[in-house]
Design a protein around this ligand. Structure first.
Ligand code: SF4
Length: 405
């Protein structure tokens, strides 16, 4: 086995482990006012009349899936789509259902995704009163042309005003999402976006490299020659510049695309990257627990019909609306655990956690691959018996991950 490096593990950014059986609960809201040009998420416009029956179906799905076992919910994450289109009493009703069927962790993180400029101070205050304690805002850019290219509904000033109102409503834990590597984006434009976000002083930032997804308006523009594809080398420069700036601004990069101030890592995503069980509820939501992975049916009306037709609880963790079900074998779970854990840059994968979970030594499974990657300076082995990506590997993570499949 390769000798460990001496680089210390900074536990400051590593939230404690919940019990292995605890769940991260994801609730999907598949409605948006308009469609952003790059978006490939499972979301629909002009279906807001379905919000009420959809919320009722979501409550029913929670009772069908979780009612028999009452596992602990460690986090709840409202994603979308645009969850902030849902009136707070509906969100509250779903959270009450969760409280009735799950045992809630005492330090439950409840995140809600929202679009800047679409939420009032009254709405934000009501969210806090309903127990939502983390807000994730889709800022994406501080450049007018880029927001226009993305067909975002908000303007640049909306981000600052929404952050300010969220703080006034009592939110401390706020994330901003930003996108870099945009067609025609210069390094200076990206620097302006990131510097604007840093000035807003939220404790969490997620930076995503733009991917031109299939069947999106942006892909059609690229196919028609109306838009150039992003330059990957420039995107890499943007990422490296951002890493340096954020480190200087006091953020820790705890995951390939995520930076947080101490204590503000997103517990929900960390739970998933640790390979712990998660439940996805709602149209198109994914779940993975008990060696089973499933994806719910995509279309909201079909989802509502399927859930409403089900009266008997179904075996945990399956959903009554599951369209795809995959039973994972041990090798599949090992590979997934490895890839997810390496995304956690400081925490990585502990050899002791791996042995506790699979009853095997990590080097016995992946020794030659790990030795090769350590030799290439892409993976490090730490004194407290963990393997992590090196600084150099952050831009080469897909190459590293291929070694474990
Ligand atoms: S608001 Fe979010 S989910 Fe809705 S279309 Fe835009 S990117 Fe997609």
């Amino acid at each position: 086995m390769t000798e460990p490096t001496t680089e210390p593990y900074n536990a400051l950014y590593s939230p404690p482990y919940p019990p292995d059986s605890a769940l991260a609960v994801y609730l999907h809201i598949p409605f948006c006012r308009t469609r952003c040009s790059y978006c490939a998420f499972n979301t629909y416009t002009n279906l807001e009349n379905l919000i009420e029956p959809y919320i009722q179906a979501l409550q029913h799905e929670i009772t069908l899936v979780a009612g028999q076992t009452q596992p602990m919910a460690h986090t709840i994450y409202w994603g979308g789509g645009t969850p902030s289109l849902v009136p707070v009493p509906y969100l509250e009703a779903v959270l009450k259902t969760c409280a009735a069927v799950f045992s809630l962790s005492p330090d439950l993180e409840i995140t809600l995704e929202a679009n800047p400029g679409t939420v009032s101070i009254d709405y934000l205050c009501a969210l806090r009163q309903a127990g939502i304690n983390r807000l994730s805002l889709g800022m994406q850019s501080a450049n007018r042309d880029e927001l226009k290219l993305f067909a975002r509904r908000h303007q640049i000033d909306d981000v600052a005003s929404t952050v300010e109102q969220a703080r006034a409503a009592g939110f401390v834990n706020i994330n901003l999402d930003l996108i870099y590597g945009i067609p025609y984006q210069t390094l200076a434009q990206w620097q302006h976006s990131l510097e604007t976000a840093i000035r807003l002083n939220t404790p969490h930032l997620s930076l995503y490299s733009l991917t031109i997804e299939d069947a999106t308006p942006m892909q059609r523009q690229v196919t028609n020659g109306k838009l150039s594809t992003p330059d990957p080398d420039l995107a890499a420069d943007m990422y490296e510049w951002a890493s340096e700036q954020l480190e200087a601004a006091g953020f820790a990069q705890y995951e390939i695309s995520n930076w947080a101030r101490p204590g503000f890592a997103c517990q929900h995503n960390v739970h998933v990257w640790r390979g712990l069980p998660y439940l996805g509820l709602g149209a198109g939501a994914h779940g993975c627990a008990h060696h089973t992975r499933y994806v719910n049916v995509l279309y909201p009306t079909t989802y509502i019909e399927r859930i409403n037709a089900q009266s008997q609880p179904i075996p945990f963790p399956l959903s009554a609306a599951a369209d795809e079900i995959e039973h994972l074998d041990e090798q599949g779970e090992i590979a997934e655990t490895m890839i997810l854990a390496l995304r956690l840059l400081e925490e990585g994968l502990s050899l002791d956690t791996f042995r506790a979970r699979f009853g095997r030594d990590l080097w016995e499974v992946y020794g030659p691959a790990l030795d090769r990657l350590i030799g290439l300076g892409l993976v490090q082995y730490t004194p407290d018996r963990r393997v992590c990506l090196t600084l150099r590997a952050r831009l080469l993570s897909n190459y590293v991950f291929r070694e474990f499949i």
